[in-house]
Structures are given as C-alpha cells and as structure tokens.
Design a protein around this ligand. Sequence first.
Ligand SMILES: [Zn+2]
Length: 65
Amino acid sequence: MTDKPIAPSGEPTITCAACFNEVPLSAAFTPEGAEYVGHFCGIECYQQFLAEAKRRGEGTPGGGA
Ligand SMILES: [Zn+2]
C-alpha cells in the first residue's frame, strides 16, 4: 500500500481533467459557464483540455492525424 502525498486534514481533492494530477479542490481551477465542465490545475490545463476537446469534436473531416 502506498499513501498518496495528497493534501492533509482530509481536504477534498479533484483530478485534473487535462493532466490527471490530483489537486486540492480549493486550488483547482473550475471554469464557470463553460461548455466543458471540469476541474483543472489551472488555466493552462483548462486551455489544453479545450484544445484537445475541440480536436476530437471538430476534427477535420476525413480523419487526418
Ligand atoms: Zn492539470
């Protein structure tokens, strides 16, 4: 068994939807009123997630890499 070095004192944590790191909920970036709802380490991860989602959802027809 390995204890994860997450926040002490039972602080709730979330998993970043972009890099899958665990971050304290209080420190998480949560976009409000966004098309994609999730928790992120910060704005950078959020933008990365958006770019990824766009690529999947609005990929060029024909299926290029
Ligand atoms: Zn992240």
